[in-house]
Design a protein around this ligand. Structure first.
Ligand SMILES: [Zn+2]
Length: 330
């Protein structure tokens, strides 16, 4: 045992980057805490797998910013490798956003093994239970309708397009294709009556629609989260029959968070931070702060002046002159 590993084996807590501890097989690690999204489920499994090698129970906790879509760490990759890395990161992101399926089951089945049951009875989903299912019929249908409308010139309902062909050629004529953010912007403009206006929430819904096969990524690049949605044949059929069928789903982690933070003055802390990089927003905010400061400092002065007026002694009376003298001597 080298001095370094000796120290490692005797510390209670070790804070380190992911590179640390490779090859160190300490059997009784009782807790692994991840701070930030891992790059893949493979990486997460390997890192978290350092806990509980003695066969006893251990905790694995993952802290991640649900408001930010994770990005790849810089590395030298070919085009194919980049694509694969994005798919792996996306799988990891979706694992984190999941609120309804046992995490152990997802992990085990991800690696091609049979979990054999529905629940592990140990993970947060099994212990806390999934959130209440919601009927998002209206939201799902307006999002699908808005997306379908964008591509309306590319198909007719009687002659649905071939799902294997993307909309590329037709739609690029008018410039860039619309992003999910633009679709949500349109929905919010037309009608703010839906569950929320937060893009964070709609992002979650888009993922659910993608999993159900109603929309798909229209961009040839791979994204962690669906970015340029286009409708599928199944999605168009849903739009047609949306008024008849319910759409019960488990809201995902970002959707739950969006509802929680709906009432914050800024849609999220990171949004608020980001705002400072925009010169226009910065200017507005600074002006507002300046104004606040001024009114803060001015108002008590005004008050004092008014009060002073009120109690200014009347020098025409002996009582007033006496009061004035006393005030001066104070
Ligand atoms: Zn479980």
């Amino acid at each position: 045992m080298t001095g370094f590993t000796f120290v490692f084996y005797h510390f209670q807590v070790v804070v380190a980057t992911i590179a640390f501890g490779m090859g160190i097989d300490k059997p009784n690690v009782r807790r692994i805490i991840h701070y930030g999204w891992p790059q893949s489920l493979e990486a997460y499994y390997q890192e978290a797998g350092r806990a509980g090698r003695d066969g006893k129970l251990a905790d694995c906790i993952l802290y991640a910013n649900l408001e930010r879509i994770p990005s790849l760490l810089p590395s030298r990759r070919s085009e194919d490798q980049t694509k694969q890395a994005y798919i792996m990161l996306s799988d990891c992101f979706r694992y984190g956003m999941n609120t309804s399926c046992c995490r152990a089951k997802i992990l085990v089945e991800y690696f091609g093994e049979n979990f054999g049951c529905q629940k592990c009875h140990l993970c947060d989903v099994c212990v806390d239970g999934p959130p209440e299912r919601q009927n998002l019929k209206e939201e799902a249908s307006i999002l699908l309708q808005t997306i379908a409308a964008e591509y309306a010139h590319s198909y007719t309902m009687d002659d649905p397009y071939d799902d294997s062909v993307h909309f590329d050629l037709e739609d690029r004529r008018f410039g860039e294709r619309s992003s999910l953010k633009m679709f949500v912007g349109k929905i919010n403009e037309q009608s703010p009556k839906f569950l929320t206006t937060a893009i964070l929430w709609w992002r979650g819904l888009a993922r659910i629609l993608e999993v159900k096969g109603y929309i798909r990524e229209g961009d040839e690049k791979t994204h962690v989260q669906i970015k340029y949605p286009e409708p599928t044949k199944l999605g168009l059929e849903f739009v047609k029959s949306a008024s008849e069928q319910d759409f019960y789903v488990y809201p995902e982690a970002d959707m739950l968070l969006a509802k929680e933070t709906d009432n914050r003055p800024y849609s999220s802390f990171s949004e608020w931070k980001k705002g400072w990089a925009d010169p226009e927003i910065r200017h507005q905010r600074l002006e507002r702060m300046q104004l606040k400061k001024q009114t803060k400092f001015r108002s008590p002065k005004k008050k004092r002046k008014r009060n002073a007026n009120k109690v200014r002694p009347d020098l025409r009376t002996s009582r007033g002159r006496l009061a004035a003298k006393l005030a001066k001597n104070k």
